[in-house]
Ligand binder design. Structure first.
Ligand SMILES: [Fe+2]
Length: 544
């Protein structure tokens, strides 16, 4: 639990910034002069707005605004007014309207604020009967066809509440960003445990129905650092598995339809995402002709995991023979046909529209973690029936469980010459960097994309495995194709900056073994920086 004195100190620091000019405040908080100020601090008592506020990336003219209005008793529907202004003092109101909170949506209010100016930092708040929510800062996408000087994104995932504090969110809140891309595992559906590794009490029950999924979001949003990140930046979130259940696939939705419906309903209630079509969350955001971001759903349409003789899911092992050789089956899909077509057509469209960077918000790793390569000419001479890409893999919950579809993607990207394609990945609670090859069993295969795996906000990595983590980091560099960077021991996030000529990705991390990750001194530091000149696959690495 954060101490009141500490909150007061931080609150005063941020509150003091509000009265300063933009340049003065920016220099104090370490941003470049002229960057937009942080939102004012939350009041100590949020009253009925206890979950804070949030906004979501939507279009060049609209943002999604979110809050939860939850007085002690929410009897009937409540009209909540919202305002969007061009300044944090709300002297210039740009748009306003009302939304409705009711017990039916757990008090969550989500509105699409439209007719906004393109590419602008804006400020928003909600009010009910004279009660005001905290103030949030958001930003619209730039006008189509425009060329922004840069786009700066934080990339985050996996924020298990009980195992860690959120210094990463504290650092993200202080950055000057266009958006936060969240790659899933916003909540963990497990029951709270009394594990010795837990750092804060999580008395929650396993989420299985609407009240218990909603309770998870409320518990996670009780963290002030997470709320501060939401207040500071628009989010572009997708879900991974733990928003519903561990390692799920499309059969899970058929086997547990009511639980899936509850999980998805709670996600849509609590995330600043405007519904597109029922439970579809894959979608696209464009920053002019600088960046095209495809946000994926690699969960709800994926073919089921291969199972063993007792029906158990097989998530590691050799694909040389049945049953795991089925992971290489033609037609086996992690995206589903419709989403695959949408993704690949989107790459083509972005390329023909001369959009420089094409990034993919991708839950699970596309680079194979193949511990043993069995697709070798000598082995094939002995075993002509070996499937293409045969090997011993560390996980079939990622794209390696769907190798035919990965080949479809890499071959089409290579054939069409899609340039500057990068995968931003979560899920695995570690930091990686690798080159995605057209065919990783071909000795001189061209590189078709780069992958940046951006760690976890708090969820456990291999740091709990002691010395093994370091040995594993070394080992994965020797795989074929090897990983250029691997860090299994730290928590944090990725920071992506795109300009017309260059992209960079930094990993900002704290050591997971830091004694008090809740202390303000636990500041994620830049551990590594990758520089990627546009039009090349030459990504250079600078440590520190
Ligand atoms: Fe996770």
């Amino acid at each position: 639990m954060r101490g009141k004195a500490e909150m007061d100190r931080r609150g005063l620091l941020r509150g003091g910034l509000v009265g300063l000019s933009g340049a003065a405040a920016a220099s104090l908080i370490g941003c470049a002069p002229g960057t937009a100020m942080l939102p004012p601090p939350e009041p100590m008592d949020l009253g009925p707005f206890s979950c804070g506020i949030a906004s979501g990336v939507h279009s060049d003219t609209a943002v999604v605004l979110w809050t939860r209005f939850a007085p002690a008793a929410l009897a009937g529907p409540v009209q909540v007014a919202w305002q969007v202004a061009s300044d944090p003092g709300f002297a210039q109101i740009v748009q306003s309207g009302t939304g409705t909170g009711s017990a039916q949506n757990d008090g969550c209010i989500k509105v699409l604020a439209d007719n906004l100016p393109a590419g602008q930092t804006l400020w928003y708040r909600f009010t009910v009967d004279g009660l005001s929510s905290p103030i949030g800062r958001t930003k619209t996408l730039p006008a189509p066809g425009s060329t922004p000087a840069s786009v700066r994104l934080a990339v985050a995932s996996c924020q298990n509440y009980s195992v860690g504090y959120y210094p990463a969110w504290r650092a993200i809140a202080a950055e000057d960003l266009d958006a936060v891309v969240f790659l899933g595992d916003y909540i963990y559906e497990y029951a709270g445990s009394a594990d010795a590794l837990d750092v804060r009490a999580d008395g929650s029950v396993e989420a299985t129905d609407l009240p218990s999924y909603r309770a998870k979001y409320k518990m996670y949003k009780s963290d002030p650092e997470l709320r501060a990140a939401h207040a500071a930046h628009p989010f572009a979130p997708v879900w991974d598995d733990h928003e519903f259940m561990n390692d799920y696939d499309r059969m899970s939705l058929l086997n547990f339809p009511e639980r899936a419906a509850a999980a998805y309903q709670a996600w849509f209630e609590y995330q600043p995402v405007w519904p597109i079509n029922a439970d579809q969350i894959y979608r696209r955001a464009r920053w002019g002709n600088l960046l095209d971001l495809s946000l994926l759903d690699t969960r709800q349409y994926r073919d089921p995991h291969i199972t063993g003789p007792n029906g158990e899911r097989l998530l590691v092992g050799s694909t040389a023979s049945l049953p795991l050789s089925q992971v290489h089956d033609v037609g086996r899909s992690i995206l589903g046909t419709k989403q695959r077509d949408w993704l690949l057509d989107g790459f083509s469209q972005a390329q023909s529209d001369a959009v420089t960077w094409k990034l993919v918000a991708n839950q699970v790793m596309i680079s194979p973690i193949r511990i043993l390569d069995l697709d070798e000419p000598a082995l094939r001479a002995l075993r002509p029936d070996l499937p293409k890409h045969a090997g011993v893999y560390a996980s079939f919950d990622d794209w390696s469980g769907y190798s035919w579809e990965r080949d479809q993607l890499t071959q089409r990207v290579a054939a069409e010459g899609i340039s500057n394609l990068g995968f931003l990945t979560g899920d695995i609670h570690a930091f990686w960097q690798s080159q995605v090859l057209r065919d990783f069993d071909e000795p001189f295969s061209p590189v078709v994309a780069q992958e940046f795996v951006c760690g976890s906000i708090s969820s456990k990595g291999l740091d709990y495995a002691g010395d093994f983590a370091q040995a594993a980091e070394t080992a994965v560099r020797t795989l074929r194709p090897g990983f250029r960077y691997a860090d299994f021991r730290r928590r944090g996030f990725g920071l992506v900056n795109c300009t017309p000529s260059h992209a960079s990705v930094e990993y900002r991390t704290v050591n997971a073994s830091t004694p008090d990750l809740n202390a303000p001194s636990a500041q994620p530091k830049r551990r590594v920086r990758f520089d990627w000149p546009a039009g090349t696959q030459k990504v250079s690495i600078t440590r520190g």
